[in-house]
Design a protein around this ligand. Structure first.
Ligand SMILES: NC(=O)c1ccc[n+]([C@@H]2O[C@H](COP(=O)([O-])OP(=O)(O)OC[C@H]3O[C@@H](n4cnc5c(N)ncnc54)[C@H](OP(=O)(O)O)[C@@H]3O)[C@@H](O)[C@H]2O)c1
Length: 318
């Protein structure tokens, strides 16, 4: 029996070696090495060609090589097997770093001081807002959103969250206001200076960062206007609405790690926009050793009669 690696855009041989070094009892195959699809027991995939997994009818689980599963669930011909995502403390920490880095860069006017330094200017400016003056709203209170909310809270930001189902957070963020569903959205937006989006791409969230949502954000505020941080998925963004909101001052700025088209094409207006910070979808890279190790552990759990962890709800889409 074997594990099939169905990967596009990453180095397949590199991943094959990583997996084979850990999965001694099974062969790790690339698609063109499979002679009989019936012998494929597990699939680990990243952005495979839709329809290309249809023949693997004996698959016991399909593993995503990342935290998101939109690349799998958008394939109507996916084998009828549990879909499993990655939940990894290293990935969560990296995403938290990105969110805190971007929030602090907007709070502490990073772009302004970098420009002043380059111009050789020393402008004595004592009017500095502090984190406590800023309300951050985290959209998506899952693994990544909740960890980011906690880190932002610890720095002193006023943090609130929004999710699909109601939440009662525990521990240090137990007093964090939490909103849910379409009923809670407008109240959540109206208090938000920095909107952090860490949601999955599903049919319900596609294009959610649109003109109507952006215009519901708190105007004014100590940053000069609301700021959007999106590291969820590019498909959440209505990108022309974001550009218009920036140009009209409805948004003060945006830090974007993800885009509808990746790599972001040369000439995209996001690259040179003075109010936009672009990172190349690397806010939280999946470390191959951790990812392969976790998937192999899951296979061994099944072998010893256990159940899979982090199985996604195919109906909900995440
Ligand atoms: N840029 C990168 O490098 C990178 C890296 C990793 C992940 N990501 C992205 O980050 C996403 C989130 O990851 P995660 O591990 O935190 O996911 P997660 O644990 O599944 O959490 C998802 C959160 O989004 C909320 N949500 C889902 N649909 C919603 C809707 N229609 N309305 C309101 N809230 C909704 C969920 O609400 P409930 O709590 O009510 O279920 C949950 O709180 C991934 O799906 C992936 O797209 C990006």
């Amino acid at each position: 029996m074997s594990l099939l690696l169905a990967i596009r855009g990453w180095d397949q041989r590199y991943w094959q070696e990583k997996f084979q070094a850990l999965l001694h009892e099974r062969r790790v195959l690339l698609p063109d090495e499979v002679s009989d699809p019936a012998y494929v027991e597990f699939i680990a995939a990243w952005k495979h060609a839709p329809g290309s997994l249809k023949a693997y009818r004996n698959t016991r689980a399909v593993f995503s090589l990342g935290a998101g599963v939109d690349h799998l669930l958008s394939d109507r011909d996916l084998p009828d097997a549990p879909v499993v995502r990655i939940v990894d403390s290293d990935l969560t920490r990296r995403m938290t770093e990105w969110v805190v880095w971007q929030a602090l860069d907007w709070l502490r006017q990073g772009a302004r001081y970098r420009a002043q330094q380059q111009a050789g200017q020393w402008i004595d400016d004592r009017e500095q807002p502090s984190a406590g003056d800023i309300s951050v709203g985290v959209m998506g209170l899952g693994e990544l959103g909740m960890a980011s909310a906690l880190a932002l809270h610890q720095i002193g930001f006023n943090v609130a969250g929004w999710s699909r189902t109601p939440k009662k957070p525990e521990g240090a963020v137990s007093s964090m206001p939490c909103f849910s569903g379409s009923d809670g959205l407008s109240t959540f937006l109206a208090r938000t200076d920095i909107l952090v989006c860490l949601m999955p791409l599903t049919p319900q969230t596609e294009g959610i960062l649109n003109q109507s949502l952006l215009s519901g954000l708190k105007q004014g505020g100590r940053l000069g206007g609301p700021v959007l941080l999106n590291a969820g998925r590019g498909g959440l963004q209505d990108e022309s609405a974001i550009l218009k909101a920036l140009d009209r001052g409805v948004l003060f700025g945006a830090s974007l790690d993800v885009f509808r088209q990746e790599p972001l094409p040369a000439g995209s207006p996001f690259y040179n926009h003075p109010k936009v910070r672009v990172t190349p979808h690397n806010s939280a890279m999946s470390h191959p050793d951790a990812i392969a190790g976790q998937i192999v552990q899951q296979i061994h759990r099944l072998d010893s009669g256990g159940t899979l962890l982090n199985v996604v709800d195919r109906q909900a889409g995440y």
